[in-house]
Design a protein around this ligand. Sequence first.
Ligand code: 2AM
Length: 182
Amino acid sequence: MQMKKQNVARVFFALWPEELVQRALHTLAMEYQSRCDARAMNADTLHMTLLFLGEVERAYLPQLIQSASKVSVPSFGFALERLSFWQHNRIAYAAPLLEIPALNQLVTALQQELIAAGFPFENYEFNPHVTLLRRVGHTLESQTIPPIMWWVDSFVLVESVLTDTGVIYQILQKWPLSPMEN
Ligand code: 2AM
């Protein structure tokens, strides 16, 4: 059995949906669950990862939080308009149809602050998605869905905690985005 590492936290930055968006996403997940022979994510775990850090020493979390506090980008809205599948990790996810410049701007700003502070992270291509189903047994063609509108006025730092009953997500810090530019 693997020992739980108390001195490190598995963390990532994310957009956390407000209740209406969360409900719409969960409804969609439940709708496709049996068709895809999959397991729907619990409503309260749904999110969009902005930047995955992985294990960070707890002693560095205050510094990480301070760095992310320097991000200053305006609020924005976007729509999730398609349901797609990845074979390699057997997930189904909701995603936008097009690039969202304001979302990319938020991720870039975050990356820049973490680089400036010396936090290492894997520089993978940002692929905006919300995982809805895991362990998909039956994948479908990518398809459009009724748009789920998401107004983004904050982002969060989340710790992924492994418990006896599975993984839970704990929001460690939340930052507001600046009011929308005119
Ligand atoms: P996923 O939903 O596509 O699996 C918590 O695990 C969050 O971090 C999930 O949104 C997960 O994405 C993402 N995540 C986990 N491991 C990752 C990695 N190595 N690179 C990027 N994102 C990762």
